[in-house]
Design a protein around this ligand. Structure first.
Ligand SMILES: Nc1ncnc2c1ncn2[C@@H]1O[C@H](COP(=O)(O)OP(=O)(O)O)[C@@H](O)[C@H]1O
Ligand SMILES: [Mg+2]
Length: 468
């Protein structure tokens, strides 16, 4: 900030003698006063009064000339602090017009309008010049001291106004900086909140998985034993049954040779009461159905075990997921081909460090779900893959039913299913979630009802952190 006081004054008056007077008052008087002060100080041993800096006085004799000087001064960054302007100047602009123009050029200028008489009333003058806070009136004839004090007061006022403006703009700048800082902090906080929420929900999901995992392990173990002996008994029973049937058939052939009509009639009525022929047809059917049921229970138990154990015996290795997807497709292609076309858009991803068979399981679950979601008409299943920085991603998109928004948050929950009993266990996605999490990856879903669903799995190429 320029701290030197601005003492530059412009006098605009068409009467040359006025200029002489001002010069005497403002230049000579102040100089003389300063000299007197110095003499006084020398004589009486007092300190020299800190007298104000001297004025600089410039003269213009017409409004136009005055304006040119103001323009010049602002252009050179040496603005006038104040101007004395005569009201009556018959040649050219009068005082009021001159002042209007001066303010257009430099609104900071403090002005004293000097007059003995005016062509306007004071109301008219003030109405035209509505910036009254920078305008004072000096009536001729004036006292020297009036001019001197006006010059002193107004140059100081100019300076103070400047300082205030400067401080205001500095303050504003600071406020803006602060506001920006606060906004940045709040943005960062917002990001952190979102991250935290995501983390929380991941933790919650992991927690659910862990406790369900324990339960599943227990249940699987409990069911596995009885299923084991039921299955093996079943095989034995099948053998026994076919033996019994053989025996029965043999008895039937001998039946005709029985001599006693009484016995024959008894056997006949017994056969009819027991509906033996129906039984012979029905038993194999019942057995086949029970065997299917047993197989299904076995599958569920297997799923539960996979889910709880997530196969801790497997080795981490480098594998190509696109090959994995292809071999998984081989397994399910026969199921899919009746319902959907498979479109592969592989991006040629690098090998990643993983548990390959588990990731195949994830792909399998996604493919099965996609197929099951396609129901009303033939659809499409698109499998995409790609690499991005330190990660690879795969996507399975279907043109199936889509998932309603209100059930989206639950699809990764263990045992959550919308499928009829016998078709869904609700373990596929939670199992997949667990596997992806174990790989320190992410599985996300985007879905629109009636349009389709995309599952996206992002996995790090390298498992950087030491594994347990
Ligand atoms: N591709 C998909 N399209 C529509 N809904 C899906 C899809 N994948 C999963 N879902 C929904 O998520 C639920 C849970 O899936 P999942 O855990 O695999 O269990 P399940 O398939 O045995 O029902 C499904 O019942 C279904 O409602
Ligand atoms: Mg499923």
């Amino acid at each position: 900030m320029n701290t030197l006081p601005n003492r530059r004054i412009l006098l605009i008056d068409d009467t040359p003698s006025i200029h002489e007077d001002f010069r005497k008052i403002l230049l000579f008087d102040t100089q003389a006063e300063a000299e007197l002060d110095a003499v006084e100080a020398a004589l009486f041993g007092q300190e020299v009064k800190a007298s104000a800096a001297p004025f600089e006085l410039d003269s213009a004799y017409r409004g136009q000339e005055g304006l040119a000087m103001v323009c010049e001064s602002t252009a050179h960054n040496r603005p006038y602090a104040m101007a004395f302007v005569d009201m009556r100047m018959p040649l050219g602009w009068d005082g009021v017009e001159t002042i209007e123009r001066l303010w257009q050029e430099d609104p900071r200028l403090q002005i004293v309008i000097c007059t003995a008489y005016s062509d306007y009333s004071w109301e008219e003058v003030l109405d035209r010049l509505d910036t009254r806070d920078r305008l004072l009136i000096l009536k001729k004839p004036f006292d020297n001291i009036e001019v001197c004090q006006l010059a002193n007061a107004l140059t100081v006022k100019w300076h103070m106004t400047q300082q205030a403006t400067l401080q205001m703009s500095e303050l504003e700048e600071k406020v803006q900086e602060r506001t920006l800082e606060i906004k940045r902090t709040s943005d960062a906080l917002q990001v952190e909140i979102v991250e935290r929420k995501q983390l929380e929900s991941q933790l919650l999901q992991a927690d659910k998985l862990a406790s369900i995992g324990q339960l599943a392990a227990g249940v699987a173990h409990e069911i596995n034993n009885p299923i084991g002996y039921i299955s093996s008994n079943f095989v034995t029973l099948e053998g026994y049954y076919s033996g019994l049937l053989e025996m029965l058939n043999a008895y039937e052939t001998v039946e005709q040779t029985v001599g006693s009509p009484e016995v024959v009639a008894k056997l006949k009525s017994l056969r009819e009461r027991l509906e033996l022929d129906f039984m012979k047809e029905e038993i194999p059917l019942l057995m086949r159905e029970s065997k299917q049921g047993l197989a299904r229970v076995r599958q569920i138990v297997q799923d539960l075990r996979d889910f709880s154990r997530v196969d801790s015996t497997q080795q981490w290795q480098w594998a190509n997921l696109e090959q994995g997807i292809d071999s998984t497709l081989n397994i399910v292609a026969s199921e899919i081909k009746y319902k959907a076309d498979i479109i592969k858009e592989y991006g040629g991803i690098p090998e990643i460090e993983c548990l390959p068979s588990q990731l195949n399981q994830v792909v399998l679950n996604l493919l099965v779900n996609a197929t099951q979601a396609i129901d009303s008409e033939r659809g499409k299943i698109i499998i995409r893959s790609g690499a991005e920085a330190e990660n690879i991603w795969i996507e399975v998109t279907d043109t199936g039913s889509g998932i309603e928004t209100h059930i989206l948050p639950r699809i990764f929950d263990p045992f959550f299913t919308t499928k009829p009993i016998g078709k869904g266990t609700g373990l596929g996605l939670s199992l997949s979630y667990g596997i992806v999490q174990k790989h320190r990856g992410q599985i996300t879903v985007q879905s629109e009802v009636g349009v389709g669903t995309t599952f996206r799995v992002v996995l790090p190429i390298r498992q950087l952190v030491a594994r347990e």
